[in-house]
Design a protein around this ligand. Structure first.
Ligand code: FES
Length: 171
């Protein structure tokens, strides 16, 4: 059975039709698939590759290159801590360590309850609000350890400000 629903396949074909070269839509298509499935399993990548008539290895190289694509199931809240220069100079390293202590996980890991994943990544394009953190698709700027504690509490209760990531699909 296909992981990509007919509606999602249609949506991707429409994205492809917007470009002179259909493969220009590949990054957006991968984002949409990830939004629907929670991560980009090899099986999902293979289905995307077939739609684009591309080798699966080429899709995998894109998914591997960009850290915003997930190659394994993630938690309901993916917390990305920026490690680039503006955020680093304003304490992002300490924030990451604080989260590691609070959550009991290391970078790239997910809590046992499947609630939180911790990711360290490059510039989130929110440098004027450094240090910046991204929780799923929402940004938080000028972050402090105290703010993180409050955010974790808010997320554990189910936050209306931060929509949860979908339950990861089984391949
Ligand atoms: S350096 Fe952190 S958002 Fe740009």
């Amino acid at each position: 059975m296909s992981l990509l629903t007919p509606a999602l396949q249609d949506e991707i074909r429409q994205m492809m039709a917007r470009y002179p070269k259909p493969r220009s839509a590949i990054l957006g298509a991968l984002h949409r698939v990830q939004e629907e499935l929670g991560w980009l399993s090899p099986e999902a990548q293979a289905e995307v590759a077939a739609l684009f008539d591309m080798p699966a290895g080429e899709v995998d190289s894109l998914v591997t290159f960009y850290y915003m694509y997930f190659r394994k199931p993630m938690g309901r809240y993916v917390i990305k801590v920026c490690r680039s220069i503006s955020c680093y100079l304003r304490g992002s390293d300490q924030l990451r360590c604080h989260l590691q202590d609070k959550l009991g996980i290391q970078r790239g890991e997910t809590t046992a309850d499947g609630m939180f994943s911790l990711v360290e990544g490059e510039c989130l394009a929110a440098c004027d609000g450094a240090p910046a953190v991204q929780i799923n698709d929402r940004f938080v700027e000028n972050v402090t350890s105290e703010m993180l504690d409050g955010l974790l509490e808010e997320l554990r209760k189910g936050s209306s400000r931060f929509p949860a990531w979908p339950e990861p699909c089984k391949p």
